[in-house]
Design a protein around this ligand. Structure first.
Ligand code: A3P
Length: 316
């Protein structure tokens, strides 16, 4: 008798033959369109496994993002806020574990029962890039909470472009900037398209603000203390007056900052499943797109943003 994940694996080859396929950004890679979103096969396998087998508890917390929108940062912040009374500042697990190990993502093989392999933390904390419409029913039907973060699509594209380049095998080639940009505008990249992704969570958060907190990378960059307080309140663990006076908010902001995380030994030299953690820490800036995309690309993307977000109430 096969295991549930083995069953999905067995079905996958057949399923892939029935799904629309496009070339990925790196030579030799393929992406498949499943429920309106593009997936690499190994990621799709875990996404389907999660759809079928994940049982949410009311206390679970899910960090949801499109790739390159600050997932690593948001996982670190959520972890530090939720569990702040379980360790001292000097003993924070963030000092020795990458945030993706402390809040693993469903579609990258998280253990669906106990996400954190090294210790049992309660409530459970997971990550995901799965679009809202494709989330397992138990997430939507239970009282678990979702923290979503989006980012300006131009910075997202820029980050993604560099990320694919950093991750690629030297024997493989990356699409040209123009080609990759064209694919991005058509939503063809892992977990694309981003507009449908962001709008799915945006609408759900407006309908159910106690369940889904909608954040923007740029807002966190502008005022991290204010956003952290907001996050803690949403998670049901607001900072007490004593904590605020004692500088706990600033401590969390500091340990999760780009500069701090990037310089930790684990994030400089560690890796997981063949992915070096350093690829998650590039520049961590707002507006780095100006060093990458051309004026005509900006024009095209701005038009697209306007068209897609029209009447949604959401702006970048
Ligand atoms: P850049 O490539 O623009 O530098 P994700 O975590 O979703 O993969 O997103 C990665 C992006 O978030 C990268 O953006 C990365 O540098 C940035 N990032 C990682 N850690 C961060 C932090 N602590 N604070 C702000 N940005 C961070």
């Amino acid at each position: 008798i096969g295991s549930p994940i083995q069953d999905v694996d067995d079905e996958l080859q057949h399923l892939l033959q029935t799904l629309p396929e496009e070339q990925g950004w790196v030579s030799g890679s393929s992406l498949y369109l499943y429920q309106g979103s593009w997936y690499a096969p190994h990621i799709l396998k875990h996404a389907i496994y999660c759809q079928r087998h994940f049982q949410a508890s009311d206390s679970d917390v899910i960090v949801a993002t499109s790739p390159k929108c600050g997932t690593t940062w948001l996982k670190a912040l959520t972890f530090s806020t939720l569990y702040r009374n379980q360790f001292t500042r000097d003993e924070s697990p963030l000092l020795t574990f990458n945030p993706h190990r402390l809040a693993p993502s469903f579609e990258y093989g998280a253990d669906l029962n106990n996400p954190c392999p090294d210790r049992v933390y309660k409530p459970r904390l997971f990550g995901t890039h799965i679009p809202y419409a494709s989330l397992p029913a138990s997430i939507k039907d239970s009282d678990c909470k979702i923290v979503y973060m989006c980012r300006n699509p131009m910075d997202m594209f820029t980050s993604f472009w560099h990320f694919r380049d950093m991750l690629r095998d030297e024997s493989k080639e990356l699409l040209s900037l123009d080609e990759a940009f064209d694919k991005f505008c058509h939503g063809i990249y892992t977990h694309g398209p981003c507009f449908e992704h962001v709008l799915g969570y945006w609408k759900a958060s407006r309908e159910n603000p106690n369940k889904i907190l909608f954040l923007k990378y740029e807002d966190l960059k502008e005022d991290i203390s204010c956003q952290l307080k907001h996050l803690a309140m949403f998670l049901g663990v607001p900072f007490t007056e004593d904590e605020e006076k004692g500088g706990v908010v600033e401590e969390i902001a500091n340990i999760c900052s780009f500069e701090k995380l990037k310089e930790l030994e684990v994030n400089k030299n560690g890796s997981h499943n063949g992915i070096p953690y350093k690829v998650f820490f590039r520049k961590g800036k707002v507006g780095d797109w100006s060093n990458c995309v051309t004026p005509s690309m900006v024009e095209r993307l701005e038009k697209l943003i306007q068209e897609k977000l029209d009447n949604s109430g959401l702006t970048f």
